[in-house]
Design a protein around this ligand. Structure first.
Ligand SMILES: Cc1cc2nc3c(=O)[nH]c(=O)nc-3n(C[C@H](O)[C@H](O)[C@H](O)COP(=O)(O)O)c2cc1C
Length: 421
């Protein structure tokens, strides 16, 4: 076992010991972070002066004594934002705060193996928030305490999940029961010393937009930041996020307000800061289609332009990430690889063929080798067509690197419908 895991076990007691038993810690710790180098910058036309942008894309913000630098947050995404994916994001740079996917407080307190796996994280993921869902104040409080004992920097309560089986016992269902919500906030607040945050939707439906009421209630009982995804539960992921709700929450409370929803490019982030006055932006789906988006935002703030990842960059990131999933021997490795392909391959030439081969493969190893063959085939075809020597950079895959940016939204709607919570 590595130094870090030893140290964590000593400092965080029985809870961490339990978690450590569930993970191949030595393996995870040995993984390099993809580094945040800046090869081949391809500046886009400067759209605004760097100085002005720096003020708009905030360099940092505080959640009580926790400094988040830069003010950009990876949104929790069930099935996506596990430790491997979070470390890809952290390694590429520009993301100030990572969050786990939502985790059942009932599962944590029962020490259910599968649930505890969601709480595994590595030291280089700090600062990191664990997100909990549930509806029983005492259970939520106990789970939050366990999260604190594991060494998380903050704990977040999910008030946004629209899934049917979740709304019966938490998630956005709680937006219809403010008295219960208050009990939960108070119980969790009393149980932990680390910062407590919430992430909410605008309301249950368009007739009950409660984001401002919930944010005020939360602030009054000691919640220290609020993230707003301004769609209703009924909306799911359809329509546009109504950023006016973020602005209204910002006007109503003094605690930091984190804006979320439909930030697909650095320009969107700058616009969200400007139009809502929010303290930080949180990015979900665009980080899965374009994991470079956070560093693009930083570059955009500093220079007014940002670089775009090449197909070779995408290849390396995909192969690195898939290689890590294979090596981690995750029980849901194949599902994870298919899901990621669904998000990530739309900007790759002949991406539909790539998705087809990923979806027909049956084991992580099979997926990895078919992706490698796919890109080798593309490299040869492109080289033939263009007369170029090489399309794919010959650097060894897995060597620490990073890059540039990418695109926005892309056509992943079909995947969202099945994957979104
Ligand atoms: C696949 C998927 C899983 C999600 N899981 C969670 C979750 O576990 N907790 C949560 O608060 N929100 C979850 N969300 C919502 C996102 O955090 C975010 O609020 C939403 O996608 C809007 O932001 P975006 O436009 O940047 O994607 C999920 C969204 C998606 C697409």
């Amino acid at each position: 076992m590595n130094d870090f895991s030893d140290r964590k076990l000593k400092s965080h007691g029985p809870c961490a010991t339990l978690l450590a038993g569930l993970f191949p810690l030595a393996f995870y710790s040995a993984l390099p972070l993809l580094s945040g180098g800046t090869e081949r910058p391809t500046a886009l036309p400067r759209t605004r002066g760097g100085h002005k942008l720096e003020q708009m894309l905030r360099a940092s913000f505080q959640i009580r004594d926790l400094t988040i630098r830069p003010a950009a947050i990876l949104a929790p995404m069930a099935g996506v934002t596990d430790t491997l994916f979070r470390r890809v994001i952290r390694g590429l740079g520009g993301c100030g705060l990572l969050m786990t996917e939502f985790t059942s407080s009932e599962g944590i307190t029962r020490s259910a193996k599968k649930t505890l796996r969601y709480l595994y994280f590595q030291e280089d993921e700090h600062p990191i928030t664990a997100q909990l869902f549930g509806a029983n104040p005492a259970v939520m409080a106990e789970a939050a305490k366990m999260v604190e004992d594991l060494g998380y920097d903050a704990v977040d309560i999910n008030l946004g999940c629209p899934a049917k089986k979740v709304v019966k016992c938490g998630g956005s269902g709680l937006l219809r029961d403010l008295p219960l919500l208050e009990q939960i906030f108070r119980a969790v607040r009393a149980a932990v010393k680390i910062p407590l945050t919430i992430k909410l939707r605008a309301g249950w439906d368009e007739k009950s937009i409660v984001a401002v009421d919930v944010a005020k209630l939360a602030e009054s009982v000691g919640v220290e930041a609020v993230a707003v995804h301004p769609r209703t539960r009924v909306q799911g992921y359809s329509g546009a996020a109504d950023w006016n709700v973020i602005a209204a929450v910002k006007q109503a409370v003094k605690i930091p307000v984190i804006g979320n929803g439909d930030v697909n490019r650095p320009e969107d982030a700058e616009r969200m800061f400007r139009e809502t006055g929010c303290d930080a932006v949180m990015i979900g789906r665009a980080a899965a289609t374009n994991p470079w988006i956070f560093r693009q935002m930083q570059e955009f703030a500093e220079t007014g332009g940002y670089t775009i990842p090449t197909e070779a960059d995408r290849f390396r990131l995909l192969i690195d990430y898939y290689g890590q999933i294979c090596a981690a021997n995750l029980p849901d490795g194949v599902g994870k690889m298919k899901q990621f392909a669904c998000w990530f391959t739309h900007s790759v030439g002949n991406g539909s063929e790539l998705r087809r081969i990923v979806h027909t493969a049956r084991t992580p190893g099979e997926i990895l080798s078919s992706v490698e063959s796919f890109f080798e085939g593309r490299a040869t075809a492109v080289a033939r067509a263009t007369g170029a020597q090489e399309m794919v950079d010959p650097s060894p895959v897995g060597a620490g690197r990073s890059e540039d940016p990418a695109h926005g939204p892309s056509q992943h709607q079909r995947c969202e419908a099945t994957l979104g919570t």
